[in-house]
Write a protein that binds this ligand. Structure first.
Ligand code: GLP
Length: 252
């Protein structure tokens, strides 16, 4: 099937052959590709050539490696709707996936100037800090560091275990917080080493950094969240309507 006489390098021939198989759904629901060793045997090529083909497929976004488990066809990206104020748990439930979290740190801290400004409290006020890795069906998707205005939800971090609880559910149902609006700023950047390790992404994959301040119906900031979402698994989606400037023109 591969032609050593061709001007096209063997690894590129193998890459395009595997790409066709991926597009035809040959690897099924599980999506696991043969290992380097298996490919080398099957196509009578060196492991180095098989590795180059796998790397090229990875660079083009067709496959992912899972540490210690092998190479898998990449799933479709998660469409994040930017118009609605939803929680991670709700987002995943809507997609039929099971959300859960790994709590990395949970504690009360003194607000520095940045946190204080976002939560509209005085610097040094005690606020809640909840750092969580967010997973869907066991796959890490985002790392969120949430700062909470404890005046609005005292003891929340002592009373609930947020590895299984939804923060928004507790804020709404236990503390009566009506979360009605949020300001969100999204930037793209390369992840730190720590972020790469936590999110299981290889070097070269960017992340979406989302900063969100969520307000209650009295317009008080309830949470200030700094998060990183996997750039290879998310895409942001919104609807744009015709821009109709007001008569005075300069207003937004
Ligand atoms: C989303 C938001 C966060 C919020 C979180 C709550 O991920 N970006 O600002 O803190 O949801 O999630 P949950 O209610 O699932 O704990």
């Amino acid at each position: 099937m591969l032609n050593p006489e061709s001007a096209t390098p063997l690894y590129l021939q193998l890459k395009s052959h595997l790409q066709t198989q991926i597009e035809e759904g040959v690897y099924g629901k599980d999506g696991r590709l043969p290992s380097e060793r298996e490919l080398a045997q099957q196509y009578n090529i060196s492991r180095m050539t098989a590795r180059q083909a796998i790397q090229a497929l990875m660079q083009d976004g067709f496959i992912d490696t899972r540490v210690g488990k092998g190479t898998y066809v990449r799933e479709q990206r998660i469409d994040q709707d930017l118009r609605h104020l939803t929680s991670f748990t709700e987002d995943m439930q809507r997609r039929g996936r099971t959300a859960d979290s790994r709590v990395i740190r949970v504690e009360k801290i003194r607000a520095d100037a940045d946190i204080a400004a976002h939560l509209k409290v005085l610097t040094d006020t005690q606020v809640g800090m909840l750092s969580r890795l967010r997973l869907a069906d066991g796959e890490p998707l985002a790392w969120e560091i949430c700062h909470l205005n404890l005046r609005l939800c005292p003891d929340i971090l002592d009373r609930y275990d947020f590895s299984s609880e939804s923060l928004y559910r507790v804020l709404r149902e236990v503390y009566g917080q009506r979360l009605v609006s949020a300001q969100q700023v999204i930037t793209a950047r390369m992840p730190s080493r720590e972020e790469r390790d936590l999110l299981h992404i290889t070097e070269g994959i960017p992340v979406l950094a989302l900063h969100r301040v969520t307000h209650n119906d009295a317009l008080q900031p309830v949470e200030y969240v700094q998060s990183v979402y996997r750039g290879d698994r998310y895409q942001l989606q919104t609807t744009l309507n015709l821009y109709a400037p007001t008569e005075r023109g300069s207003e937004t």
